[in-house]
Design a protein around this ligand. Sequence first.
Ligand SMILES: C=C(O[C@@H]1C=C(C(=O)O)C=C[C@H]1O)C(=O)O
Length: 362
Amino acid sequence: MSELEALRSQIEKTTLQILELLNERGQIAQEIGKMKEMQGVKRFDPVQERKLLNMIADHNEGPFTTSTVQHIFKQIFKASLELQEDDHRQALLVSRKKKPDDTIVSINGENLGDGKAHFIMGPCAVESYDQVKAVAQALKAQGLKLLRGGAFKPRTSPYDFQGLGLDGLKILRQVADEEGLAVVSEILNPYDMEAALDYVDVIQIGARNMQNFELLKVAGAVRKPVLLKRGLSATIEEFMYAAEYIHAQGNDQIILCERGIRTYEKATRNTLDISAVPILKKETHLPVVVDVTHSTGRKDLLLPATRAAIAIGADAVMAEVHPDPAVALSDSAQQMDIDQFNDYMKEVKAFAGKIEKEPANV
Ligand SMILES: C=C(O[C@@H]1C=C(C(=O)O)C=C[C@H]1O)C(=O)O
């Protein structure tokens, strides 16, 4: 064996010794973490870390400088602390870690989360019986089952149309019953929840209310599915915690909706965070919907965004349809008219059919 080879074998051996000691140290840190948990004290202990750094300085004989070894050990302290925190962090109820199987949310015969693409379509806001009826008939003709429509509208300006409120929900319910559809509609105020339950099949919590924790708790206490939209600037982690609020109250029928996030980009209304879909599918067991209307804000992008959503594994797509978008009281520029909707559905169904034959591997 050459001298180099001999040294190499020596360095490999000491590397393995360090590895063993490192993990031994990690186990001790875990034990310490458990004791801290029981005693209710903070995991990070700067006094202890300072003591160790001083000890290292006192004992360091080189060739590494004291600042170098202290730097390495600070990394070790940090990793040990993370170990303690990981052990402590309980798996969220909405997490795959807690429940490996997909949650399937069944609404009116549509099973969201069953691996097939579903569609939630309808006008931005309920404006009249005739308007909702025209859209509902178009949905029915396409074999769709889930009708969306806003009765309580959270508008940026207080002077914009605020929705028909309970009267809007009554219109939705009547039309949905006539056409065999289920109603998805947003509730803004916890006080409206009880009355709304008589009219809606799925409670929507809008993006602006994703962290309205009192509203989330109320939605968690009801026994109807909740469609939770991601907040305008919410991280995926914050989105998951918002869903956890609902689940923690006992309602596990939650559908997550990616609807675009606020970025510097102005070409679209929001930036569709398409990678959020597989991340949410991986991290949670809940069905994921993509709202292609609010994320893009552009009719010309509805079809490509829908294809992307289906291809990447979304369980459903949401989009807005209005019989006469030009006179719509909200989102006038981005809603499809009935003809556009029919063309769109034709393309989308053909695409979804192809994807279902070759499901996305997430
Ligand atoms: C292991 C402990 O927890 C943390 C990690 C430390 C380490 O790795 O040495 C030191 C202090 C704490 O920040 C401890 O408190 O002793």
